[in-house]
Design a protein around this ligand. Structure first.
Ligand SMILES: [Zn+2]
Length: 125
């Protein structure tokens, strides 16, 4: 399950950034995951929960994970039709050729995270 490794990197990146910005705790982490990115949202959520459980005093230990799904989109190089491909080899529904260029759906990145500089409004679990 490569989601564990991915999530580890994400948590580490956010922790480092949050420390630099003197953030006291992270409230929310938002990710953008494409349907063709080979990353499973459920597995990501699971990995995040595992990291939070293992974490002692880390900034993300009470953060909420929000996963935004990016729908796949392909544009046919021959006829220009746009459609939602099911696999990375995108077959145009009009030409029936694997002529689609994937323009969306392969994304996997941190969209944003939200932190607080103070401990007020802090609700620990
Ligand atoms: Zn076409």
């Amino acid at each position: 399950m490569h989601e564990m490794a991915l999530m580890g990197e994400i948590v580490q990146l956010i922790e480092q950034d949050a420390q630099m910005k003197k953030i006291k705790y992270v409230k929310k982490v938002e990710l953008l995951v494409g349907t063709l990115s080979n990353v499973l949202p459920d597995a990501l959520q699971f990995a995040f929960d595992v990291y939070k459980m293992q974490a002692n005093n880390c900034l993300t230990m009470n953060a909420e994970l929000i996963i935004h799904i990016e729908k796949a989109k392909a544009v046919c190089a021959i006829c220009g039709s746009q459609y939602e491909p099911v696999t990375k080899i995108a077959q145009c529904p009009a030409c029936l050729l694997p002529s689609g260029n994937i323009v969306a759906g392969e994304t996997f990145r941190i969209l944003a995270y939200e932190g607080s500089l103070t401990h007020e409004n802090y609700i620990g679990s």
